[in-house]
Design a protein around this ligand. Structure first.
Ligand SMILES: NC(=O)c1ccc[n+]([C@@H]2O[C@H](COP(=O)([O-])OP(=O)(O)OC[C@H]3O[C@@H](n4cnc5c(N)ncnc54)[C@H](OP(=O)(O)O)[C@@H]3O)[C@@H](O)[C@H]2O)c1
Length: 332
């Protein structure tokens, strides 16, 4: 068991989402420190939050060692995660610190999956995708209790509030994988992708087939053999020539985040053909992810974790929904 003090490190805290995560940790009065690779931005944010800070590059083993020495949990908010997750996970394995990130990239989920044995030996919980997937997975776990032998899951995600620079840079990595689904237990490219209408309470929206990550994470949570995912928008990419990392917007303002809602709608079919449906009405994306990942960190502080590779659902089931404010689950 991890006996370290209940102290959190947020790496990539100077990013758009990292800052909101840090603000949530502050709001909950958690004992935390921040870290990022650039001195000026990091020290300015640390001053604003009145917390200690560390400046080091993701490749810097000594930097990790020092920053993680007295920590219980890391939240890695530095994306695209294809460039940071491996280094941060390895640092946590060496230091015996629980690992969380907010990745939306399938490959980092698979990386975490491949490190199961190492995480068990280190006595840590390793979750990649503890942002949006906390409620997504909880919804799937909820439905899995309502049918016998769940066979097929279809999930629609209604996003509100535009995209951050980090999401746009990372989503190219997701879009490049193609339209993946889980079919009979295997991840394959969907041979015939079609849009599908999902109900979000009093609104029905046509969503586009898009791999969101449940094909790895929710499969871990409930072992359902068939999973299809849909998104209310086309994934943003930087294919548009006028957009570069330098001129992308940081992300939606606080007012924009507060002016709309995210929705997750899911239907599940059991072996006998019975279909059950439910949806979640939640704060918009860049508000929901910080609330979710900090809720998981808080669970770990309260000694609620499972060692090894976990998904949000395998570690916390649907009960974690109670820890996320302003979020509602409705059976349809
Ligand atoms: N699924 C979800 O729930 C969800 C929700 C929101 C965001 N996300 C993901 O979270 C990630 C961050 O998004 P964001 O909006 O916060 O982006 P952002 O504003 O661009 O911030 C990215 C942060 O990561 C740091 N960073 C990037 N590459 C790095 C590297 N190679 N080494 C060290 N630090 C690095 C940046 O440092 P500098 O400031 O020094 O560049 C910055 O602190 C994206 O991958 C996004 O897709 C996921």
């Amino acid at each position: 068991m991890n006996t370290k003090k209940n102290k959190l490190l947020i790496y990539g805290a100077t990013g758009y989402t990292g800052k909101i995560i840090a603000a949530r940790a502050k709001e909950l009065n958690l004992d935390f420190e921040i870290a990022a690779r650039e001195e000026g931005k990091t020290s300015a944010l640390a001053k604003e939050l009145n917390v200690p800070f560390h400046v080091f590059n993701v490749e810097d083993d000594k930097g990790w060692q020092k920053a993680l020495a007295d920590k219980c949990v890391l939240i890695n908010a530095a994306g695209p995660f294809q460039f940071t997750a491996k280094q941060a996970m390895n640092a946590c394995l060496r230091a015996g610190v629980h690992y969380l990130d907010i990745s939306a990239e399938l490959e980092t989920y698979q990386l975490a999956e491949s490190l199961d044995k190492e995480a068990k030996s280190a006595g840590i919980q390793l979750i990649s995708g503890a942002g949006l997937f906390v409620s997504y997975d909880a919804l799937a776990v909820h439905l899995s209790k309502l049918v016998a032998e769940p066979q097929e899951l279809k999930v629609g995600f209604r996003h509100y509030g535009g995209f951050s620079k980090g999401s746009i840079l990372s989503s190219k990595n997701i879009a490049d994988l193609g339209i993946l689904v889980r079919k009979n237990g295997e991840i394959i490219e969907n041979p015939n992708p079609q849009s599908k209408v999902f109900s979000f309470g009093n609104e029905a929206i046509e969503c586009l087939p898009t791999p969101l990550g449940g094909i790895v994470l929710t499969y871990k949570s409930i072992r359902i053999p068939n999973i299809e995912e849909y998104f209310s928008l086309k994934l943003p990419t930087i294919d548009m020539p006028e957009l570069t990392a330098q001129n992308l917007p940081d992300g939606p303002s606080e007012e924009e985040r507060a002016s709309g809602r995210n929705g997750l709608s899911a239907e599940m079919r059991g072996k006998n053909g019975k279909v059950v449906k439910a949806y979640i009405d939640a704060p918009s994306g860049y508000a929901l992810t910080p609330l979710s990942v900090v809720a998981v960190a808080n669970r770990i502080f309260n000694n609620d974790f499972k060692i090894g590779y976990q998904s949000p659902g395998s570690a916390y089931g649907e009960e974690i929904l109670n820890d996320i404010p302003d979020l509602y689950l409705y059976d349809l």
